[in-house]
Design a protein around this ligand. Structure first.
Ligand code: SF4
Length: 331
């Protein structure tokens, strides 16, 4: 039996200082990812620093219209917050599409940002997996890669999708991740936080050693926006996305003034489709315009042996979402 030391932090500074005492260390928040992986012996920390009781559980509206979310705000609290439901509907919907009620009650905002991949070869503890055991290979590339493997942002080292729904909505909204570490505080653009696997798939995020996420700050909501999250999956609850879309639209009659699109289940990180957004800006809403934008969003997709279906499915996830939001303009 492996033993580990449990330390409950009483301040952010103490959490960071304690975390820095060991290389085999982990912050513990809701524990919905970490404890699973420790039990599976995929992660082997010799100490965990519990940050769950830190005073990082507020949702505030800043004077510039942005919304600052404490790292320990639960997924349930965030999804049901009145401002999130009214101004950032896409985020509330994405959160409520994930996991189960019990898990959402425990899972935190920072933990959701930091969740690990669901690749079966990563979690079985024995297969070749560059993410778990650098240099060992990637069993998924020639293996069973139907559901939790990507078609965008892959490399010959790793093809696992990022599993979060919440992060897809945040990528569409625009956000920054506030972190605190031994050298002080800094902000990381949300789109730069998660890293592509490239030749170093074990590096998953832009955190430096011993840095702790303290907040995620959402950009101010677009005026008169409509937004929605559409998640396509094998069963209707407690299942990861095969393909999903987070769409935000601002319409002026039939003209699309602004469009934001991000995708889940398709990329190795939450995937913002900037070129597809540009293709919609200023054009008249139509099924043809939506289909063109969806084609652009998936134009660089590379399929593997069992997941080519994700390319048309991903296009449909975007088109259906746009059609639903743009119904008034199309009528
Ligand atoms: Fe490991 Fe990534 Fe390959 Fe899965 S896809 S086996 S996580 S390297």
């Amino acid at each position: 039996m492996r033993t580990l030391e449990y330390i409950r932090a009483s301040s952010t500074e103490q959490a960071i200082a304690t975390h820095s005492r060991s290389d085999a260390t982990a912050f513990l928040a809701g524990g919905t990812t970490l404890l699973d992986l420790v039990k599976l012996d995929i992660m082997q920390p010799d100490q965990v620093v519990d940050v769950h009781n830190l005073a990082l559980n507020q949702i505030e509206t800043l004077s510039d219209g942005r919304t600052r979310i404490g790292a320990m705000v639960s997924n349930t609290q965030l999804a049901n917050h009145p401002r999130i439901k009214s101004e950032y509907a896409v985020l509330s919907q994405a959160l409520l599409s994930g996991a189960t009620t019990q898990l959402r009650n425990k899972a935190t905002t920072a933990g959701n940002v930091m969740q690990r991949v669901r690749c079966n070869y990563f979690r079985d503890g024995v297969s070749a997996c560059n993410k778990r055991n650098p240099g060992s290979g990637c069993a998924a590339i020639e293996g069973h890669n139907r559901s939790v493997h990507a078609v965008l942002g892959t490399s010959d080292q790793c093809i696992a999708t990022h599993p979060s729904d919440m992060c897809v909505a945040m990528a569409a909204i625009g956000a920054s991740v506030e972190v605190q570490g031994p050298s002080g505080k800094r902000e990381i653009n949300f789109l730069d936080f998660h890293l592509l696997p490239a030749s170093t798939p074990w590096k998953e995020h832009a955190l430096k050693p011993d840095e702790l996420i303290t907040h995620v700050t959402l950009d101010a909501p677009l005026t008169n926006n409509q937004s929605a999250y559409l998640k396509l999956r094998d069963r209707s609850s407690y299942q990861f996305a095969l393909a999903s879309s987070a769409v935000i639209l601002v319409m002026d009659g039939k003209i699309i003034r602004e469009a934001r699109i991000a995708m889940g289940g398709l990329g190795t990180k939450p995937w913002r489709a900037l070129e597809a957004e540009r293709a919609l800006q200023g054009v008249t809403a139509s099924p043809e315009a939506f289909a063109k934008a969806a084609a652009i969003a998936l134009q660089d997709a590379v399929p593997y042996s069992h997941n080519a279906y994700k390319i048309p499915l991903g296009r449909q996830a975007i088109v259906r979402n746009l059609m639903t939001l743009g119904t008034g303009a199309l009528a």
